[in-house]
Design a protein. Sequence first.
Length: 114
Amino acid sequence: MAGDWKDRLGVVFSTNPDFKFESESTEEAQTLPAQKQNLRVQLDKKKRAGKSVTLITGFVGTDADLNALGKMLKTKCGVGGTAKDGEILIQGDFVIRVMDILTKEGYKVKKIGG
């Protein structure tokens, strides 16, 4: 395995001859079906130079599924955005439209804030 040593950085040497290094498996969570997702939609202006973004949080699943949902929302709203770390950002104030789209797709949606 090339690069295997990088997984062991910071590990102290063991004198136990039977020691086997076990790396933590970072297995992604299984994507919940749309009906079991509890998504929260809010308008966010913090740390964005006064620009508004629609923030969708609470997604449980793989990054690929998160990106697919983000792409679908960006396409239907006709704007840019990003999907990472379990959050989807849609540029602009699209809270109502995003809630309608997600509800039609079968997601449980709750509006947070004003």
